[in-house]
Design a protein around this ligand. Structure first.
Ligand SMILES: *Cc1c(COP(=O)(O)O)cnc(C)c1O
Length: 393
């Protein structure tokens, strides 16, 4: 053992502008480095109660069942499906990218039938097609869709889709992993029933926690189950006894104590900035990035009316090897952007402007680095100058 060549891990300094994780503010990192205390310690229980209020504010909901699942966004996704969907149920699932496909996978693993409404990658969910599917499948338990499809950079109309679900007596299940904090997520106003998110996108906390909220309707559906939730760990009826227990909280699992300090701090920061101000900042940084990309002759995949500000799918110019560009950005500048997934592999880069990575510093660094790496391969230069004009006039 004494010969094992190991030492402390020192991660390199990076600028994170991919599809998540985003840059984590030193305040959040400092919060996570504070002393670990017991998860049933009254001081910790008080922090958890505050965290719940902060999550309700960020999600714009009064839902009592609002908390953070101990696990990444995928665990939040799974928590929503295993708690609400039983064998034999039918769920209409909208698929317009990678994450909609994962929702379908979850439905099927619950022993339910997925009716898939498919839309092309790079376009939003077509509400008319979703309506037709609900009409053709009366009694469908839920309508599931991704609000912000991170694989393509597309926003779908969550208000319209939730209204459709309501009109058909189906639960509205919404993935807001990439939207929360970056664009409006209005859980109560939409009438959404089961909503999950993630800590490492626009909330800019480290990965590993998934905010989840259930409406009273979803809680009723959970109580009315005929079968036990097949996952003991994600069974929300057990988890709420833990999160909602206050001083009487009993042991379910050991909460990731320090990770929760981090999420708490990131939500305090969001609260200090204000939700609307955060949405406006993401929009403004997207406008600046777009101006810079346009000046360089680089186009965006998604039509203007469905574009997410926090996830920009940039079309790779002809004759450019996208992977070489990404590895040079990382090697020369420590700057990370994302590759295309699935149908878009090799065709787009995904530039994230999420949370703490949505700043003028990031926009300028990204455009300068891109111009350096692309060199003569882009028709014209001037990306950073155009972004600077958009930001500062
Ligand atoms: C990142 C992401 C997820 C999965 O979150 P993890 O934390 O990676 O498990 C789910 N849905 C969407 C839309 C995402 O962007």
């Amino acid at each position: 053992m004494s010969n094992l060549p190991v030492q402390s891990f020192q991660p390199p300094l990076r600028i994170l502008m991919g599809p998540g994780p985003s840059d984590v503010h030193p305040r959040v990192l400092a919060a996570q480095a504070r002393p670990t205390i017991g998860h049933l310690d009254p001081a910790f229980v008080g922090m958890m109660d505050e965290l719940k209020v902060l999550l309700q504010a960020a999600l714009r909901t009064g839902n009592e069942m609002t908390f953070a699942v101990s696990g990444p966004g995928s665990a939040g996704m799974e928590a929503c499906f295993v708690n609400l969907i039983e064998p034999g149920d039918t769920v209409v699932v909208c698929v317009n990218g990678v994450f909609g496909g994962r929702m379908k996978e979850n439905v099927e693993r619950c022993g339910a039938r997925a009716v898939v409404v498919e839309d092309a990658w790079g376009t939003p969910v077509d509400a008319d097609k979703a309506a037709a599917a609900l009409k053709a499948n009366p009694g469908a338990k839920a309508l599931a869709f991704v609000h912000a499809e991170t694989s393509t950079g597309v926003e779908s109309d969550a208000a319209a889709l939730c209204a459709l679900a309501r009109a058909h007596g189906a639960l509205a299940m919404v993935d807001t992993v990439t939207s929360l904090g970056g664009i409006p997520v209005l859980v109560d106003q939409w009438g959404a029933d089961a909503v999950y998110s993630g800590s490492q996108k626009c909330l800019s906390a480290p990965p590993g926690l998934s905010p989840v909220t259930f409406s009273p309707r979803a809680v009723e559906a959970l109580k009315a189950r005929k079968t036990k939730v097949q996952s003991w760990f994600l069974d929300l009826s057990l988890l709420t006894a833990y999160w909602g227990g206050g001083a009487k909280r009993t042991y379910h699992h050991t909460a990731p104590v320090n990770a929760l300090y981090g999420l708490h701090e990131s939500l305090v920061m969001l609260h200090e900035e204000g939700l609307e101000a955060s949405w406006a900042r993401h929009r403004a940084m997207h406008e600046a990035l777009k101006a810079g990309l346009q000046a360089m002759g680089l186009g965006l995949l998604v039509a203007e009316n469905a574009r997410l500000p926090q996830l920009n799918a940039v079309i790779v110019p002809d004759g450019v090897d996208e992977a070489v560009v990404r590895s040079q950005l990382l090697a020369r500048f420590g700057l990370e952007i994302g590759a295309g997934l699935g149908a878009l592999a090799g065709r787009v880069w995904r530039i994230g402007l999420m949370g703490q990575s949505a700043t003028p510093r990031h926009v300028m660094a990204c455009l300068t680095a891109l111009e350096s790496v692309l060199g003569a391969k882009v028709p014209v230069g001037g990306g950073p100058a155009a972004a600077s004009r958009a930001l500062f006039g």
